[in-house]
Design a protein around this ligand. Sequence first.
Ligand code: SF4
Length: 431
Amino acid sequence: MAEKINLIKTIMDGMDYNLHEIEKQLPPDLGGMWDPSAMQRIFSGFWHKAYNAQQNGDPIAWVNFGIPTELFYAMDIVPIPVDHISANASVFGLTYKYNDLAKEKIADYLCSNNTLLLGALLAGDIDPPAIMVHPANPCDSNLATYPTYSKYFDYPYFMIDMPYITTEKSLDYVANEYKKLIVLLEEKTGRKLDLDKLRQTMEYSNKTHENVLKLNKLREAVPAPYSSWEVMGECGLLLSCVGTPELAEYFEKRHSHIKAMVDNGVGHMAPEQEKIRVVWIYGAPVFDYGIYDWSEKEHGAVLVSQMNNNFINEPVEDISNLDSILRGLAQKLVLMPMTRECGGPWENYLDSSLDLIKRYKADAAIFGGNHACKSNWAIAKLVKDKIQEEVGIPVCNIELDLFDDRVASSDTIKAQMSQYFDLMLTRKERR
Ligand code: SF4
């Protein structure tokens, strides 16, 4: 039996270690340079919040990555995306321990997003939350496993139901689901919703999203102002910290910094080094973030966008009353990355992939097909054909598991990427 650990503490310590490593390399005076530790500092702060809540017995909610976090911050409940638990368990070397344990109980074709969490629960490395909240998308894997875990480990679970097609009427329906959620959160956590606090949280959220939209536009620039790692990392921030002053401030500074870069024609890489602009149109590997760095150094291939980081929602215009805020959150929920693309109809996914490729002037598109994503694998060929037809880019489909390198190792993934990039570069040079 593997040694029992406190997973939240392990992740927090890992975040602190990473922060310390980045800080060690910083010059004493940044002299106007972007502070590369800014993102890591927010991640560290987030896991400290989670650890403190655990130690003090304050409520923690587990949320799916499709659940906006504002309401929870307004109610002093720490919202931890379960996908961040799985991702960090993977990054900090716990994949085999948790997946092997989980797969003694459930089918091994399920997603590691789900199985790593189960393994952590079975190992006793993480306590069940005060509640888990999930939207009706993006996949059957989530909708089949998470409610079962909540029954088995005895904690409440709430699914925000969403009609299949989004209309004005369906948004009213989702806003009403939010009202039910508030009642349940108050009952299960003992925290009362304070409207003023919610308004304040929404102000931070609006400021964040205003800047994210401006940054989306700036990121279209050639050469790309973001590094691949920054594209990956900011997605994590936007899934866990929206509604906090730290994140609002981060994106404000980020916007001024990136604007100055783009205005001066400066890219993350020099123009002659940026050879291929890549979009991951579905999942992208998490177990080895070194893949993105390698791809830049080895092939001049920079990640310009990926589906999980495709936040397109507008700030909520009217935050004067609860009804208008909940309607705004309902609108945000149906537009969350992967929630809007992966619940069907399939054109939602196709259109969004095409939009990413065109908007970010991509030369290459990779479908990181998690082996458990049945719905998206079912349409992968259709999507590939349509993209080839419309923009002339052959999509590279790679079968993998985002968190477990036993389905496709880093070397296997890199070998496929290398072949693909060589091909795409030759095509580009011929044009
Ligand atoms: S990777 Fe696929 S199967 Fe796993 S949670 Fe995401 S959509 Fe579901």
